[in-house]
Design a protein around this ligand. Sequence first.
Ligand code: SAM
Ligand code: SF4
Length: 323
Amino acid sequence: MQDQHGRRIEYLRISVTDRCNFRCRYCMPLEGLPWLPKQDILRYEEITAIVRELAPLGLRRLRITGGEPTIRPDLAELVAQLRAVPGIEDIALSTNGVRLPELAPALAAAGLDRVNISADSLRPERVVEIARRDLGFDLVRAASAAESAGLAPIKINVVVMRGINDDEVGDFAALTREHPWHVRFIELMPVGELRELTWDHVVPSAEILARLAAQGPLEPFAGPARGNGPAVYHRYAGAPGSVGVITPMTHTYCERCNRVRLTADGRLRTCLFGDHEVLLRDALRRGEPLAPLFAKALAEKPLAHELLQMRVGGLKALSQVGG
Ligand code: SAM
Ligand code: SF4
């Protein structure tokens, strides 16, 4: 599977719901969003049918995301179905971690390989301030549960916001000296309708790296063994974990992009930003072949996103497109 720019597509991010039990300030308004009607959302069997058609074309890696994927009932059932598709080598989950202590063993048993946990603070009251829901989330508890279940490597995503949580960069980095966890600091993307967070809240990765270096000498690190995407990693001498930055705002890595996205309502999106998407769901439900639709989607995959040019038309909240 190649797009019209010769990039090989082997990675699919699958959104299983647009809903969430959090309301992170940078992602979702407090009142929620206009949710997709239930009948429009792909059933697990339909998601698996799409993956089964894409695998022979070169699809190798999957990530289950949302919205918050763990609020969809029986997520382990989907994992088991996807695990059974020949050719799929790696299945990861992106989650806010709230339900991990409860779900990690079943997800691992169903065949999940690893998790990325989003966590923007280690302080309970600040978690509530940012996520705007008090669900008792505790990163160390969630990551430890995932680790005990054998999900590895564990990656932790921190969206850094100036004046909101940027004073915790050092605390997150300290975790990597004790645990084999890979903390990635993400530049805030001021997307969606959320005007509350602006470009003034973006902390550029160079500044994050300078703060990390102030905590002790860093050495280059190739990154955890599996699933290396756009992050650049470093490590403190002797530390079991690593620190890294993901830089959507100050760099582009579009030329290496190997991914496409499946939205919860069955659209294949070829770029996180903009409106490049093809609806697969109706053709699938009519029993029609999907290959021509895959070809159409890939032929339209843009060479690079336009966030940097600040042409932000068409941007959606990440929860709506499977961020
Ligand atoms: N609910 C899951 C979670 O939070 O990990 C999966 C979906 S969430 C949309 C995926 C990732 O997008 C999270 O790591 C979140 O922090 C990130 N994200 C959402 N909105 C963002 C924004 N405006 N800027 C940077 N990252 C964002
Ligand atoms: Fe929910 Fe994830 Fe968006 Fe936070 S970032 S509101 S946890 S979908």
